[in-house]
Design a protein around this ligand. Structure first.
Ligand SMILES: [Zn+2]
Length: 296
């Protein structure tokens, strides 16, 4: 039975024979910044044209307890800057967070600025195993010359970068998978995880995954009723997923989601009802593939 509530998640995960969930797309931020993000979502009707009631607005300790209760055994806490001069200290903050949180994988972030190679190199040396790039919030061009050394460094290190480069929930100056596709053309060995499976361009994200063997899709907000209204899955979604089934990874956007965590899992479980996917697909998405990507 697919999980209908958060209370059912841990037993469902165990029934699949998994030791737990590995979530590659979770957000933790310094408290003051987290409050500002939630204030933005509280104004979502004006910002996005729809209400966005945050499901897990709680203290950091309570949010960590919730993840553990759900059976999340490891997660990538992702941070991202919206202007220059932020990425270094955010990276330092999240590395410190991961150092004091055993189930958090050390991560880093980046921004097109002259010092990016310096702080990214330091973060990789400090053990960062995942990087977040937010093209929409950062409003930068991922093809920027300033970022070329960073993409090269990540390709060389084999460290995955979770990239929000799609037009959802709002288009940005440089969003669009065609734009990030140019980065992949220049850095074909980059391990890139297309956040939200590239929403709303799910079909183009699948094209890129078929074209580049190191391109992955994360499930964040994909196929849940909240987004299905605006971005319905393509009719051939599960058929095409079968072709790249070992490059789909669990992501959720916890805690700032407008529905329970179980809703995302139920959506993924629904895809697995297609016989071409089934339980092997679930085990890969929910645990094995993200565990491999995050070098657990
Ligand atoms: Zn996110």
């Amino acid at each position: 039975m697919d999980p209908a509530t958060d209370g059912e998640v841990a037993a469902w995960v165990a029934s699949l024979g998994l030791p737990g969930l590995v979530d590659i797309h979770v957000h933790f931020l310094p408290d003051a910044m987290q409050r500002k993000v939630w204030e933005y979502f509280d104004d979502a009707e004006r910002n996005y044209g729809m209400a966005w009631p945050i499901q897990y607005r709680a203290s950091e300790a309570d949010r960590l307890a919730t993840l553990r209760h759900l059976g999340v055994v490891a997660f990538a806490p992702l941070v991202y800057p919206h202007k220059p001069g932020m990425a270094r200290w955010l990276t330092e903050w999240v590395l410190d967070f991961a150092a004091r949180t055993p189930d958090a994988v050390p991560t880093a972030t980046l921004y097109p600025e002259p010092e990016v190679a310096d702080y990214l190199d330091a973060a990789l040396r400090a053990g960062a195993r995942c990087v977040k790039a937010h093209v929409q919030v950062g409003a930068y061009d991922p093809r920027s010359e300033l970022l070329a050394p960073a993409w090269g460094m990540l390709a060389e290190a084999g460290v995955p970068v979770v990239v929000h480069c799609g037009h959802g929930p709002l288009p940005g100056d440089f969003t669009g998978l065609d734009v990030f596709g140019e980065v992949l053309r220049a850095h074909p060995r980059l391990t890139a995880v297309l956040a939200h499976a590239g929403m709303p361009e799910l079909d183009v994200a699948l094209d890129l995954a078929e074209q580049y063997e190191r391109v992955y899709l994360d499930t964040t907000m994909v196929g849940v009723p909240f987004t299905e209204r605006l971005t319905p899955l393509p009719a051939d979604w599960t058929a095409r997923l079968a072709g790249v089934g070992d490059r789909v990874v669990l992501g959720t956007d916890f805690p700032s989601i407008p529905y329970p965590y179980a809703t995302q899992l139920a959506a993924i479980a629904g895809w697995a009802h297609d016989d071409r996917l089934g339980e092997p697909f679930l085990r890969a998405v929910l645990h094995d593939t993200p565990a491999r990507l995050l070098a657990l």
